[in-house]
Design a protein around this ligand. Sequence first.
Ligand code: GDP
Length: 453
Amino acid sequence: MKGGMTNDTIAALATPVGGGVAVVRISGPHAVELAEQVWRCRNRRPLAQLPARTLHLGEAGEADGMAIDRCLAVRFQAPASYTGEDMVEIHGHGGGLVARQILLALLNQGARHAEPGEFTRRAFLNGKMDLTQAEAVADIVQAHSLMALRLGKRQLDGRLGQQVAGIYDRLSLLLAEVESQLDFPDEEIERVPGQKLASELAALQQETQMLLESRLEGEVLRQGVSLVLAGPPNVGKSSLMNAILGRDRAIVNHLPGTTRDTLEEFAHVRGIPVRLIDTAGIREARNAVESAGIARALASMREAQVVIWVSDVRKPMQTQAMPPDFARLPVLGVLNKCDRLPVGSTPPARTGEVCVSALTGDGLEELFDAVERMVWHNPHEHEPEVAVGARHAALLEQAMPSLREAEQNLLDDQPEMAAVALRDALEPIGMIHGKTVLPDVLDTIFSRFCIGK
Ligand code: GDP
């Protein structure tokens, strides 16, 4: 099984190259022994004899004994470690070379270079966390908003895993009850009536359905939404992008058509991670470069979850209309430069349109309200406790028809068929938290991790 062997010792750089500190991670039965080949404590005591989970100052060196850096090392003793195995972390100065030399020395001594996510995969295989918790590690690393980060943290704490395990365990009990009635039909045991079992199943379906309904939140928070700023040239798209970002990213220019290409930035709007895309102004192109930019702008609009169509409030709306074939897109109309309206005049906004000034920041809150409504479809007042991701949702969907079928079978007094349907429901649900799981599913999940995680 790929990456599933836990009898070898793996090593990898756990920090990106170029930081102030570089951490090399080693995990497996020979972690301490291997670390001792490349790291010596200042007081010359072997690492194995130094207290675990305490940082010790020493030196890292090459096999020939030449010290290359002053480093800290910490030892974790199985099972009290991230992976559940013996582990060592060596903290050296950042900059790449030190860490790479330490890693090379470890590999020369027999460690294997870890695959992406292999430390976390081992943590899962050793029962340190369930699969939803392992996935939360990647979610946290990749989170683009505080709301997404907090969702990841709750999942890491096991909230989603516990809910799924609750459903799984209650289903298993139900199955055991149905099977005992099948195995010992004539015994004088007290039988739970089919009606009662069916109503327990109905409750479980409701819980499953509620988890499924958190899918939108899960997908939005994990993947973010793309928000495309489009409109005629010079209406203030780049200025609006900067206003949303709160800093100067795009180059604002008073000549029309300066944003020839698309610019992308991550931001968050009311906790929603957004990929903000600024596009070239849309008008009759005057040359090939411009027309390529416009083509890219139109392509971004087609793929956007929200298109913010910006116009200049002072100019006639007919001349700034969106191309008619885009009418079916999720469009939010924004009238910019409202600071330029004569005092006391009402802006010509139609229903659903928002008036803003990228210059003064007026109207941005209303713009954020509108984006929030478009993304969540409803006002979003509470942060989700748990929210399933695409993988979880697909498995829950798969279980639903079997749950319904099992309920009907129980009502029809067909326990054999109910048992089959219950087993069919248990399998996909068990795959969510990793109770039942196939190695290739693990390969897919952990491939989106970085090396050293
Ligand atoms: P883009 O071509 O649509 O990206 O427009 P820019 O962001 O480059 O802005 C074009 C011009 O309009 C610049 O001179 C900006 O300073 C100006 N501008 C942008 N937003 C506002 C606004 O809200 N109020 C005013 N008064 N000027 C603005």
